[in-house]
Every structure is written in C-alpha cells, then in structure tokens.
Design a protein around this ligand. Structure first.
Ligand SMILES: [Zn+2]
Length: 102
C-alpha cells in the first residue's frame, strides 16, 4: 500500500498538533490517572523524535527531563525562578531542570 505523499513541513505541523492534543489530555487525565498522563508525555516525545522537531517551549515545562513524568506544579513539581532561570523541581525523581528565560 502506497503511503500518502505529505510534505515534510506538513508532517511537522501534524506532529505539533498531536503533541498539543496529548498535553491537553495529559492535563485533564492527570488527577485521575497519572500513569496515563505519563504515557501521553512518552507519546508526545516520540512524535518530536519521529518528526525531528523540538518540543515546543510551552510543553517543555510540563514534564521532567530526567524521568519524563508529567509534572503538575503544586502536586509533583515546583517551579521557581532563580538568577533569571526557571528551576523546575521534580518530586518523582528529585532532580532539577533549569531553563534560561532569556
Ligand atoms: Zn523527574
């Protein structure tokens, strides 16, 4: 069966769309099912790798870079600014992620 011809640009757009849907659903499902929220993060990461795109900045803060768990500020993570950087503490693996804001 022939694969439909879709431009690389379109593939990336589709991937981005699906990623934002996954993060929206992860947010909704988190309170009920953390495992499923984590699974959505994994799927979103796979999409970025497959489409060879970067994770959009607004989503980067929503999961842990070390253990790839979905992070809910106030529940399993803490977000603070320090020295012009955003520091995300993950309570799942007790590690920190720093993101420079500038
Ligand atoms: Zn973590």
């Amino acid at each position: 069966m022939a694969r439909p011809l879709v431009s690389k640009k379109r593939q990336k757009e589709i991937a981005l769309e699906r990623i934002s849907i996954l993060f929206t659903q992860a947010k909704e499902v988190y309170s009920k099912n953390k495992g499923l929220a984590n699974r959505y993060v994994t799927l979103a990461r796979k999409l970025t790798m497959k489409a060879r795109i970067r994770m959009p900045r607004e989503h980067k803060r929503r999961y842990c870079k070390h253990c790839y768990k979905y992070l809910m500020p106030g529940d399993n993570s803490r977000i603070r600014t320090r020295d012009g950087k955003v520091v995300i503490s993950c309570f799942e693996c007790k590690k920190f992620t720093r993101i420079s804001v500038k």
